[in-house]
Ligand binder design. Sequence first.
Ligand code: SAM
Length: 235
Amino acid sequence: MRVDAVTLFPGMIDVPLSESIVGRARQEGFLELGFSNPRDFTEDRRRTVDDKPYGGGTGMVMMAEPVYRALKKVRKKDSYVILLTPKGRRFDQKLARTLAKKKHLVFICGHYEGIDERITPLADLELSIGDYVLTGGEPAAVTVIDAMTRLIPGVLRKEDATVNETFTEGLMEAPHYTRPAVWRGKKVPAELLSGNHGLIAGWRRAQSEALTGKTRPELARGKRTPVRRAKAVKK
Ligand code: SAM
């Protein structure tokens, strides 16, 4: 998959996405990441990319023309263009799955007060990563690219790692434990040590339901599949 980012600060995306699993995915060719900087498409000596907002107000607005040219450089026929903005549709795991199947994504990252509104119709999707305001679209692009890259088949060595995880079924994942079985007096739940696959699956399901109901009740309400309660194991 190819991803391009239209950004004034490529390093804010390139550096964090050079590490760990996404960094490896790039090295192995699962993800090709490129950048197009609006500053490279300016014509004045100072390479100006922003100006004061019409109508007054604080801050600077990114000018349409350099962003337009930077986008034009990377956009192809089958590109899917995403404008990152706190006003957009909220990003979630379902959308990460959809995006992971696209051939070419282009992220437009705003900075300062944002981008001249006349750029908005050029995007296929306005996307927000949550109800808060970042300094720029770059950390949002990192978040979306990270979530999506790990879903590209072959990126995670064990593909089933993404099957039961949080949000896949509208539920939070059950807690994980690893060795030792007793750590500073705290025991691993007996169900997980039982070796009984049915019991373990039931325990995990019940934990997922309980956790989702506690921290994200709106997800739990949307859940249609009945809970299979796990039989308790003597601790
Ligand atoms: N003045 C804008 C407003 O109130 O809606 C906020 C601009 S913000 C400081 C600068 C840029 O950061 C935005 O143009 C957008 O690209 C990005 N950004 C900020 N918060 C975001 C979020 N929650 N999701 C996606 N992008 C975000």
